[in-house]
Design a protein around this ligand. Structure first.
Ligand code: KG4
Ligand code: ZN
Length: 357
């Protein structure tokens, strides 16, 4: 079964093609990041309009990469929430038109469920490994969510923990802005943190910059909070003369930025890793799954792999950030449960995911 998945919930116009839920045949992505970078964040109106322009060429690219034509497509799947309303509408309308014209089923997929199913994808030329056993402890960390989900079977999700304020990706994006780095902030913070290794031991006099930032452990809950460390970073940046802009006399600004980016990343990675592993232990998970843009973070991936006592499935970075293949993968398992949409499918910008415990 060949499923075409469309994703337009934020600033990526993405079309993926997946065979039988797991085999990746195409994953075409048109990113708007450079356009939004000029504004320091995603501008919803601009995002909606750019999706309209990018959809047709991205669709053609996905079909060409898969060596397929529209007539080969058995199901059309699309993200219908959560996300930006205007952006979602663009994908949903395209999906409806395609499903109607091709006379094939239409499946509406929750964006966060898609992030989980990226873990099921394998390269088109590989034979799928065994399916991971349930229950799975999943961390879905993106620009809008930081959720700990216990997946008890296909389509069975319990929401064990969530952020009470900023999402991890949002915190990375805001931290990058404070440090004068670009958008999206996650990859920029990662790069700046890694650059610390390029500086010599001269970095040592900056003891204040090199001091760990706080961790919001929030004892006795699997919930997260990232606004405190964000504020702590802002104060630290002011104290060392980096904010609101680097002081003219501050010739060591790059080194200070590297220190602060490193400390900020360590704080978030520490808490996310510890809570995910605690949750896996508490619920006797047989494996871990990472999904969402923040899980493209190299330090988080390294820590989870190093510390996890159970197998961890960590998709390639390009499958952690928004893509259409993950939507097609999720739709395959919805098809098994007859969860098919009709032409009344609407977008839901705040579509919930997982049943609270
Ligand atoms: O899942 P995603 O692509 O889009 C949403 O659903 O929001 O996640 C985007 C978020 C952004 O906040 C971005 O800064 C963050 O993921 N991100 C990262 C990395 N790559 C993307 N955060 C930390 N480290 C990265 N390498
Ligand atoms: Zn996402």
């Amino acid at each position: 079964m060949l499923i075409l998945g469309i994703e337009t919930s934020c600033d990526e116009t993405a079309v993926g093609i997946v065979e039988d839920g797991r085999s990746l045949r195409a994953n075409a992505i048109a990113s708007q990041a450079a356009m939004h970078a000029a504004h320091g964040g995603v501008v919803p109106e601009l995002a909606s309009r750019q999706h309209i322009r990018d959809m047709e060429p991205t669709l053609r690219r996905a079909l060409a990469d898969a060596g397929a034509t529209l007539e080969d497509i058995d199901v059309v799947a699309v993200t219908h929430g959560p996300g930006l309303a205007g952006a979602l509408i663009s994908g949903v309308n395209t999906a409806k038109s395609l499903a109607l014209t091709l006379d094939v089923p239409l499946v509406g997929v929750n964006h966060l469920e898609g992030h989980v199913y990226a873990a099921w994808l394998v390269p088109g030329d590989a034979s799928p490994a065994e399916e991971p056993g349930f229950p799975l402890a999943c961390l879905v960390a993106s620009g809008g969510h930081t959720d700990l989900i216990l997946m008890e079977g296909h389509g069975e999700y319990r929401l064990v923990g969530r952020t009470r304020d900023d999402a991890a990706g949002e915190a990375f994006d805001k931290a990058a802005r404070v440090l004068g780095l670009g958008f999206p902030g996650g990859p920029e913070i990662q790069k700046a943190a890694a650059s610390l290794a390029d500086f010599s031991e001269d970095g040592e006099p900056f003891t204040e910059a090199a001091t760990p930032l706080p961790r919001a452990w929030m004892r006795d809950t699997f919930d997260f909070s990232f606004s405190g460390v964000k504020t702590a970073l802002l104060h630290r940046a002011q104290d060392v003369g980096l904010y609101p802009q680097p002081e003219a006399a501050n010739s060591d600004a790059d080194l200070l930025v590297a220190h602060l980016a490193y400390q900020f990343q360590e704080s978030l990675v520490d808490v996310m890793t510890a809570k995910l592993l605690d949750m896996a232990d508490r619920y006797k998970a047989r494996g871990l799954v990472l999904g969402g843009g923040v899980t493209a973070n190299a330090r988080l991936r390294q820590r989870v792999l190093a510390d996890s006592p159970v197998p961890a499935i960590i998709p390639a970075p390009v499958l952690c950030t928004d893509n259409g293949a993950m939507i097609a993968a999720g739709a395959f398992y919805q098809m098994q449960r007859d969860e098919v949409a009709d032409m009344a499918l609407d977008v839901d910008p705040s579509l919930p995911f997982g049943v609270p415990l």
